[in-house]
Write a protein that binds this ligand. Structure first.
Ligand code: GLP
Length: 244
């Protein structure tokens, strides 16, 4: 695990974008796993700017979403596909057919989750972007999830629904379920990039990086992967005891 300590949240986003760019250069037809959440905003902005100034192209890239809410209309602004289109995919030279996500309006959601799992595993993503939840979750894999879990339908915990309520009109509008890539699916990526910013991430980051590998902290499963980069701002890194 390579831990990068950035001087600020903005510097962390730039460093993360550098790492994505490096990973894309290793493959003429690269694939990226895309996460959502506030942490990703600055990273996508930086990648979009690189594309607009001509230093980086996504014309041969394919992207795969990490997770998607169940129960939102196709046009809902907080549906993760729409978030990713709005903040990244529509702003760069990605081909229109190169964005994949779980279809949460499919008639059989369990079957759809299995289909998406096969698709992502077959893609062997060059890099998977990840944020971390306040309870240590990755994607929507909540504490207690088996570390080899596949892509599946999940119930969101109260803590996660509370954390994500800021994106919705009120708490009760936050979906109850999602389809999420499993921890086992995420670990299939060639390179995983975990980014965290802010003091509210300091505990889950300490537990994920320096605690035991445990289902109670889903992000601790990243210790099992040989190629993980972690980019932190000073607040997110504040409880780490090792010298990185
Ligand atoms: C959601 C997403 C996660 C993300 C987390 C943290 O729960 N499913 O993929 O890591 O939010 O988001 P933020 O960056 O807003 O703290």
């Amino acid at each position: 695990m390579r831990v990068h300590l950035a001087a600020s949240a903005a510097a962390a986003a730039e460093r993360a974008a550098d790492i994505v760019e490096e990973a894309l250069r290793t493959n003429p037809f690269p694939s990226i796993g895309l996460a959502t959440g506030s942490t990703m905003v600055g990273i996508y902005r930086s990648l979009v700017n690189r594309c607009l100034n001509g230093s980086l192209s996504f014309s041969k890239t394919t992207v795969y979403l990490l997770d998607e809410y169940i129960g939102l209309d196709a046009e809902h602004p907080q549906a993760y596909r729409n978030v990713v289109m709005r903040s990244f995919a529509d702003l760069v030279d990605l081909r229109s057919e190169a964005t994949f996500a779980p279809d949460c309006r499919a008639p059989d959601l369990n079957k759809e989750a299995r289909r998406y799992d096969s698709l992502v595993r077959a893609a062997r993503l060059d890099i998977q972007l990840l944020g971390i939840g306040g309870n240590g979750h990755i994607a929507f894999n909540e504490p207690g999830t088996p570390l080899d879990a596949e892509t599946r339908v999940v119930e969101l915990s109260q803590a996660t629904r509370r954390d994500n309520a800021r994106f919705f009109d009120s708490d009760e509008h936050v979906p109850l379920q999602a389809i999420t890539q499993g921890i086992g699916t995420i670990l299939q990526a060639k390179h995983i990039l975990l980014v965290a910013q802010g003091a509210h991430k300091s505990r889950p980051i300490r537990d994920a990086l320096e605690g035991p590998v445990t289902t109670e902290v889903p992000a601790s499963a990243l210790q099992l992967h040989g190629e993980v980069s972690v980019v932190l701002d000073p607040e997110a890194a504040s409880l780490l005891s090792a010298d990185y």
